[in-house]
Design a protein around this ligand. Sequence first.
Ligand code: PHE
Length: 461
Amino acid sequence: MMFKEEESGTAQRFSLHGHWSSRLAFVLAVTGSAVGLGNIWKFPYIAGENGGGAFVMVYLVCVVAIGLPVMMAEILIGRRGRRNPVATMALLGEEEGASRQWKWLGIMGVVAGILILSYYSVVAGWTLAYIPKSMSGAFSGATVEDVEVIFTNLIGSWVSVTIAHTLFMASTVFVVAHGVERGLEQAVRFMVPALLLLMLVLLGYAVTSGGFAAGVSFMFTTDFDALTWDGVLQAMGQAFFTLSLGMGAVMAYGAYLPEETSITGSSASVVAADTLFAILAGLVIFPLVFANNLDPAEGPGLVFVTLPLAFGQMAGGAFFGAVFFIVLSIAAWTSALGLVEPGVAWVVEHFGRTRMQASVMVGGTIWALGLGTALSFNVLSDVIFLRGTIYQNVEYLTSNIILPLGGLLITVFAGWVMCRNSTSEELGGAGNTYKLWRFLARYIAPAAILLVFLEAIGIIG
Ligand code: PHE
């Protein structure tokens, strides 16, 4: 057996996959997983579809009141179990006197990661395709119509989209196969500052675009009449998605966390950084939407039209545009690693495969599933059921159902199933911060998630 265990406590438990070299490495890795397409692509477009301000407000409340305690719960569970999410849930379920069947929560996470990455990779592929387009000056001086044509042609071509999706999945498998520690840490160290810098450059542009006031008011004027319960569910789903919660990514990363690192402090830093990026993205994109008479509710294509437009009108825009899409691809890449890690760690531990074999197996499955999304923008665009296209169904199911449900079960586990001693040991004592966390994890987060669920599916309200 590779795990050393002492009867009393868990201090002797080691992860089979190694540990982060420092607290900074862990914070960077989780931040790298959190900051991605969710912040820059998804947040603006779903905020736009849901009318802006009130949605943003609900999203922020969810991030702080639900996201933060759930993140702490996920990390502490991961570190205590020190295995892949499936084995960790089974182990702790038993150890805390409940049941090994909690493993199903881990399995749901593995499946969610696979489903999310299947469409995430397609969108990341669009980002990759935009790098040579920017570089070649395709957007220089382009009008709204020009950019819309470029985007529509790209997603309309199943060949281009499939090639880009394949490239992105291949590079994800490549890094995961080599183990996450060094590759990942280095990528994030450069990615987060570079992305921040470029967002600030774009912000400067947005401020002078003539639409800044309209953009800010769209984002921060809270008209709750415009918000439906489904919109609230989407805001909550987005809070989970953007923080990489509810599917075991953070749990898997937590398994490699050194014993002495503060979970509370690390979680707070990640949540703050992630929120900063989402707000910045909104402040860049909505002014451009209004300055160019675009529709904020235009959907997944929103940033792929607004940003090239901005770059096309800027001095040196071809260069900055290419750099931006490179950095965004890297941000997506570091997030993709978090999406596959639970599955890969599970295959390694459960089936005794090498990391390389496991990465290829899990990555190949995701690639094949991703074809559904890749084709749903062209060849299969007429296949419409439930929520819309294949892409729209996978997206809705994962973000709005599986992630909140996973988050609910994770807080219930940490707040109700695990005993006070176990959780306070992981969170560094039973002081006021701990009491606040426990209150949020036991009552507020589960109640809020349930309420939103029940309202959205029409059981109450
Ligand atoms: N948080 C990532 C983003 O916002 C997506 C993600 C979800 C990554 C779940 C890992 C796990 O882009």
